[in-house]
Design a protein around this ligand. Structure first.
Ligand code: NDP
Length: 248
C-alpha cells in the first residue's frame, strides 16, 4: 500500500513550480490531490501533465479573495468530504527597495502571500481530519535582511510565524502545522528574478551543495511533513536551501 493511499491533499499554487512537483510526488504515493491557482489554463495543462484522472481536482481560485477561498473549500468538500493535508504554497514575488514599492505591489504580495495563506489555513480547518497536516511555504529570505526584499521577506516571516503560533492551537485537535523555507529553486518565480545565466550562476555559487534547487527537492520535504513519518513534528520550519542560510 502506498503512503498516501486514501488521503486527500489540497495544494494552492499547484499548477506550476514547487506546487506542481509536490502534486506529482503525492499522486505518485497514492494521494488524491486538489490543485488551485488563478489561471485555469495553467491548471488544465498541469492536469494533462499529471494524468491522474479522477484522483486530481483543479479549482481556479485567487487565494487573495477570502470568498474564493471559501468556494475552494466547498469544492474540495463536495469532491472528497475530508482533507488530510494542505500545502499552502501560492505566492508571488515583487522585489525592490522600500522606496520603490507601489501600493499595488504591496497589496499584491501581502494579500497573496500572507492574507491568502491565513485564509487558506483558516477555511481548510473544518475539513481537516484528526491527524491532518498543514505545510506553509515560507522562504530563506525570511531570515535575511536584503535591501530588495522588504515586503516579500516580511510576509514570509509572517507565514513562518503563522505556523509557529497555530501549532499550539491545533495540537490538541491532532492537527500539525509546519513550514518549509526553500532557497534558490529553479521555477518560473526564480527565473523571473535571476533572469540572466550570470545571475543564476551567482546564486549557485552561494550554495554550499553547489547547485540550485529543483522543485522536487522541496516536494520531498513537504511530502515528509504531510505524512505520518513526521507525526511528532509541529510548529517547525525546514529549510530546503542546500546550506544557503548557514553559509551566508
Ligand atoms: P511559481 O511562480 O511557479 O508558483 C507560484 C504559484 O502560485 C503559481 O502556480 C501561481 O499560479 C500561484 N499563485 C500566485 N498567486 C496566486 C493567487 N493569488 N491565488 C492562487 N494562486 C496563486 O513559483 P514557485 O513554485 O517558486 O513558488 C511557490 C512558492 O514557493 C511561493 O510561495 C514562493 O514564494 C515560494 N518560494 C520560492 C522560491 C524559489 O526560489 N522558487 C524560494 C523561496 C520561496 P497562478 O499564476 O495561476 O495563480
Amino acid at each position: 500500500m502506498a503512503e498516501f493511499d486514501g488521503r486527500t491533499v489540497l495544494i494552492t499554487g499547484g499548477g506550476s513550480g514547487i506546487g506542481l512537483a509536490t502534486a506529482r510526488t503525492l499522486l505518485g504515493s497514492g494521494a488524491r490531490v486538489a490543485i488551485a491557482g488563478r489561471d485555469p489554463r495553467r491548471l488544465s495543462e498541469a492536469a494533462d501533465e499529471l494524468g491522474a484522472g479522477d484522483r486530481l481536482l483543479t479549482v481556479p481560485t485567487d487565494v487573495s479573495d477570502p470568498d474564493a477561498v471559501t468556494r475552494l473549500m466547498n469544492a474540495v468538500l463536495t469532491w472528497s468530504g475530508l482533507l488530510h493535508g494542505v500545502f499552502v504554497n501560492a505566492g508571488v514575488a515583487v522585489f525592490g527597495p522600500a522606496s520603490s514599492v507601489s501600493d499595488d505591489d504591496y497589496d499584491l504580495v501581502t494579500n497573496t502571500n500572507v492574507r491568502g495563506a491565513f485564509h487558506t489555513v483558516q477555511r481548510a480547518l473544518p475539513l481537516l481530519s484528526e491527524g491532518g497536516s498543514i505545510v506553509l511555504n515560507g522562504s530563506w529570505l525570511a531570515h535575511r535582511g536584503l535591501a530588495a526584499t522588504p515586503v516579500y521577506a516580511a510576509g514570509k516571516a509572517a507565514v513562518i510565524n503563522l505556523a509557529r503560533s497555530m501549532a499550539a492551537d491545533l495540537g490538541p485537535r491532532g492537527i500539525r502545522i509546519n513550514a518549509v523555507s526553500p532557497g534558490y529553486i529553479v521555477t518560473d518565480m526564480f527565473l523571473g528574478i535571476a533572469k540572466s545565466s550570470e545571475e543564476q550562476e551567482a546564486c549557485r555559487r552561494q550554495v554550499p551543495l553547489g547547485r540550485l534547487g529543483a522543485p522536487e527537492d522541496v516536494a520531498q520535504a513537504v511530502s515528509f511533513l504531510l505524512s505520518p513519518r513526521s507525526s511528532y513534528i509541529t510548529g517547525q520550519e525546514i529549510l530546503v536551501d542546500g546550506g544557503l542560510i548557514p553559509a551566508t
